[in-house]
Ligand binder design. Structure first.
Ligand SMILES: [Fe+2]
Ligand SMILES: [Fe+2]
Length: 199
């Protein structure tokens, strides 16, 4: 099964700035994603994207929502149509005339799978958060206190343990950090601080 998208242009520049309303985006999420764990993952990544846009990029509300929306819908087709991931959600957002930057971020959230390189900061941060968010959440589930009192050294330890959350590809995470020009530890710390709000 190949998930290669075999294209490099997504959406229409004339649709720049077009977004779904919060209701529409959550409606799509609920309609397409029945798996609660996956829904939670998408909401967590969405939250990280919003927080990063606001706090690290200094972006305003409209852009924060664009970043959040990319995170919220990046895996929308994974539950019901894994063999079409992420082709199906891209086509849906193109049909709904959504901002091409949001669609490109979704298309490039796994360059090794989809064959699309992350270009913008939005692209790169979505790729950087995706897998590490999952690993951190898996760690929270094995701690009696969840996210409370979670420390960087604990996450680093799990990251090094290949058997822990073995489906999380560590090399891909390192690749994502390099492409985004961010330090692994600082992203781990950011996730620790923010992700507990959505769990
Ligand atoms: Fe994905
Ligand atoms: Fe994901």
């Amino acid at each position: 099964m190949s998930l290669q998208l075999n294209r490099s242009v997504f959406g229409d520049p004339a649709h720049a700035g077009n977004v779904l309303s919060r209701e529409e985006a959550y409606g799509l999420l609920n309609e397409w994603v029945k798996n609660e764990r996956l829904q939670l993952h998408m909401k967590q990544v969405a939250h990280l994207m919003r927080c990063w846009a606001a706090e690290k990029e200094g972006l305003g509300e409209a852009d924060q929502w664009r970043w959040e929306m990319a995170g919220l819908l990046h895996d929308a087709d994974w539950d019901q149509w894994p063999e079409q991931h992420c082709k199906k959600i891209i086509e849906e957002l193109e049909a709904r005339r959504i901002d091409p930057e949001i669609i490109h971020a979704i298309a490039s959230h796994g360059p090794n799978h989809f064959g699309v390189a992350p270009e913008t900061k939005m692209d790169k941060m979505l790729y950087a958060f995706d897998e590490l968010s999952g690993l951190t959440h898996a760690y929270s589930l094995m701690r009696p206190e969840g996210y409370a009192g979670m420390e960087l050294k604990g996450v680093k330890k799990r990251f090094k343990e290949k058997a822990f959350a073995a489906n999380v590809n560590r090399e891909e995470i390192q690749d994502a950090m390099q492409r985004a020009g961010v330090e692994l530890e600082s992203i781990m710390q950011f996730i620790i601080e923010k992700q507990g709000a959505v769990c």
